[in-house]
Structures are given as structure tokens and as C-alpha cells.
Design a protein around this ligand. Structure first.
Ligand code: C5P
Length: 251
């Protein structure tokens, strides 16, 4: 399954610790956001229950656990991530508010530093599991160089090499900063997915992010998915912050 390259979408990073916070944010942003990111903080705190809640609200899940281990272990982890969907269907409490649900995990991340063999084992495991449980293949996204790392002269060649490894292994795309995204787009073409974190609306606190860009710059850079966490989840009014960011993306 490929997303069209010309339609950038917002993904909200639910970097919180409790299901109450997940519930509050997903409900508040219901009209505006179709996909939420579950990362290591939320998954370590709440596990599959967080994924279950998001799916039950009819939203898509981007599981950002940045798998990085020996090929066999990563393949088994990806297989388990794909099968979370089945486990969730079995355990779904009929009292929970349910909406029409997307079929299966939408997207997950792998660390490209794990090497081509690891990435390939993961991609194959994801495709096999999706086939077995009859859901679309989740998008496998390779993490290149974290956006919290300083911009230096050798970041671009590193990112391009990691993107090359990701593509060679069969990944659908990469996570990279908006500074490298135009080069990736040029080298890897319109179908290669680019996910960009490190987005800050003009004038906002950058926190630990270094290679940042505004939502509008991210769209111009060729990004397909803009991942935004704190500017939305820590905002006094997350709905309003989201509305402003979406306006920036679409204007
Ligand atoms: O709060 P903020 O908008 O900085 O959140 C960015 C999110 O994107 C975090 O969940 C972080 O883990 C994730 N991310 C990142 N840089 C990457 C890959 C993922 O910031 N290269």
C-alpha cells in the first residue's frame, strides 16, 4: 500500500504516559487527525491498550518503536506488531465507542543502523504476517539520522546512504528531517515515502530538536507525513494548535 506522494498528512505523536491523556487527545482531535503515532514512551507505559483505543476510534496507528536488534528478533517483533490487530479484535470490549476501523497496522519504524539484512528480515516478516491475517501490508519506514542531532556537513551523505539501504531492503520510505527531504525526493522519486519530525510552527520553542522546520517548509521539502508532538499535545488548546498547523500545511 502506497500513499500518494502529493498529499501531505499530519500525524500527531502521542508522547504521553496514560490512557486518559490518549483518550483526551484523540477525542479532541477527532475532526482533524486521521493518524496517531505511538512511540516508545506510550507503548512502554500502556502497551497494546493504547493502540486498541486509537483503532477503536477509527484512527490509524503509526507504531514508532524504531526496531533495532538482530534480524531474527526484529522480524519477530514486526510480526507481533502486525498481529496486534488480531489480538485487539479478540479482546475488544464491545462497550467501547467504536467507529469503522482501518484494517491492520498502518506504519512502523525500523532503525536503518541495523543494516540491510535486518531491514529486509523485518519487511519480509511484515508482509508475511499481513498476508496471513488478511490486512494490507503495513508501511515499513527506516529511521535515518534523528532530528535531534546537530546539522553537520556529513549528515546529508549519511542520510542518503541510510535511505539507500532502506530502499534496497524493501522499505516503503524513511524518516528524515526537512533539510534532507528534498535530496531524498530527488534521488528516490515520488513513490518513496518521507516522514518528517522536528516540525515547529514559527516562533515556537524547539525543545531538544535541532534540524527543525515549519509545517509550511516541511510541505515544500517534499514530505508526505509531518509528525508533530509537543506543539500540539502540550498546547493549552490542542484543537486550536492543530487547526493552525493544518492551515499552515494547506495554505
Ligand atoms: O514533540 P516533537 O514534535 O518533537 O515530537 C517528535 C516525535 O517524532 C517524537 O515522538 C520523536 O520520537 C519522533 N521522531 C523524531 N526524530 C526522528 C524520528 C522520530 O523526533 N528522526
Amino acid at each position: 500500500m502506497k500513499e500518494p506522494a502529493e498529499k501531505p498528512q499530519l500525524i500527531v505523536a502521542l508522547d504521553v504516559n496514560t490512557l486518559e491523556e490518549v483518550r483526551s487527545l484523540v477525542v479532541q482531535l477527532d475532526d482533524y487527525v486521521d493518524c496517531f503515532k505511538v512511540g516508545s514512551q506510550l507503548f512502554t507505559s500502556c502497551g497494546p491498550a493504547a493502540v486498541r483505543f486509537i483503532e477503536a476510534r477509527g484512527k490509524r496507528v503509526f507504531l514508532d518503536l524504531k526496531f533495532h536488534d538482530i534480524p531474527h528478533t526484529v522480524a519477530r517483533a514486526v510480526d507481533a506488531a502486525c498481529r496486534l490487530h488480531v489480538a485487539i479484535e479478540r479482546s475488544m470490549n464491545s462497550c467501547e465507542p467504536q467507529k469503522p476501523r482501518h484494517k491492520g497496522l498502518f506504519m512502523y519504524t525500523l532503525h536503518t543502523s541495523g543494516g540491510v539484512e535486518m531491514l529486509k528480515a523485518a519487511v519480509e516478516a511484515g508482509a508475511k504476517a499481513a498476508l496471513e491475517i488478511d490486512v494490507p501490508k503495513p508501511l515499513a519506514i527506516g529511521v535515518t539520522v534523528l532530528t535531534s542531532e546537530q546539522k553537520t556537513d556529513n549528515i546529508l551523505p549519511q542520510v542518503l546512504q541510510k535511505a539507500q539501504d532502506a530502499r534496497k531492503a524493501g522499505c516503503d520510505g524513511v524518516v528524515a528531517s526537512c533539510h534532507e527531504a528534498p535530496f531524498i525526493r530527488r534521488e528516490f522519486g515520488p513513490d518513496f515515502i518521507i516522514v518528517t519530525p522536528g516540525i515547529r510552527p514559527a516562533g515556537e520553542d524547539v525543545q531538544d530538536q535541532k534540524r527543525i522546520a515549519t509545517p509550511r517548509d516541511a510541505v515544500a521539502s517534499g514530505s508526505n507525513f509531518l509528525v508533530i508532538g509537543r506543539p500540539i499535545i502540550k498546547a493549552l488548546d490542542p484543537r486550536l494548535a492543530t487547526k493552525q498547523i493544518l492551515h499552515d500545511i494547506h495554505s
